[in-house]
Write a protein that binds this ligand. Structure first.
Ligand SMILES: CC[C@@H](C(=O)O)C(=O)SCCNC(=O)CCNC(=O)[C@H](O)C(C)(C)COP(=O)(O)OP(=O)(O)OC[C@H]1O[C@@H](n2cnc3c(N)ncnc32)[C@H](O)[C@@H]1OP(=O)(O)O
Ligand SMILES: [Co+2]
Length: 146
């Protein structure tokens, strides 16, 4: 694992939290994105080589809605950057850790993601994050309409 890619913070009101973290970090979010498959709306702030990801629920069954109901707002997960997410999943499973999803799935900010259950990681939900490779460039002339 290479670095902390982001820290996820569960919030009730994304716009209000954006204003708070704008003031705390002295910079604006560089991106907002809804990932409906995860039931979240997110915004991202750069902080050195890492990021803060604010997460608000988009529906009552969202993991963020459940988390806030049980524990209130706060740190929800830590995401580590990896080069090869499938290899990391295999390595962690061999070490005896329980992965919530063993097939990488689409996350926010152009990433493939997988989660480790908090029960196996001292109460911390761990996310693995791999940058998606850019789509291969089309040969010259292909893809143009005229
Ligand atoms: C935007 C996409 C992506 C990105 O690109 O960055 C994201 O970050 S998406 C983030 C949202 N998605 C997820 O969190 C997916 C992974 N999470 C899950 O699959 C579930 O939330 C869970 C971790 C398996 C828990 O689900 P469930 O068992 O249904 O919830 P419970 O409420 O019953 O909790 C059981 C147990 O686990 C504790 N818990 C829940 N969430 C967390 C957490 N984030 N950190 C630590 N502990 C957590 C919860 O308190 C319960 O504990 P006990 O009460 O002691 O049993
Ligand atoms: Co995340």
């Amino acid at each position: 694992m290479k670095k902390i890619e982001h820290i996820g913070i569960a919030v009730r009101d994304l716009e209000a939290a954006n204003a708070t973290y704008n003031a705390v970090l002295g910079s604006e979010q560089y991106k907002t994105e809804t990932v409906e498959s995860e039931g979240v709306s997110t915004s991202f702030f750069k902080i050195g080589e890492s990021k803060i990801e604010l997460l608000a629920a988009t529906n009552p069954d969202s993991p963020i809605a459940k988390f806030i109901e049980k524990r209130g707002e706060g740190i929800h997960h830590i995401a580590f950057a990896v080069d090869d997410i499938k290899a990391e999943i295999t390595r962690l499973e061999k070490e005896g850790f329980k992965l919530i999803n063993t097939e990488p799935k689409d996350g926010a900010d152009n990433k493939l993601v997988a989660f480790m259950h908090p029960k196996g990681a001292n109460g911390v939900l761990v996310e693995l994050c791999q940058e998606k490779s850019p789509s291969p460039a089309l040969p010259e002339g292909e893809g143009a309409r005229n």
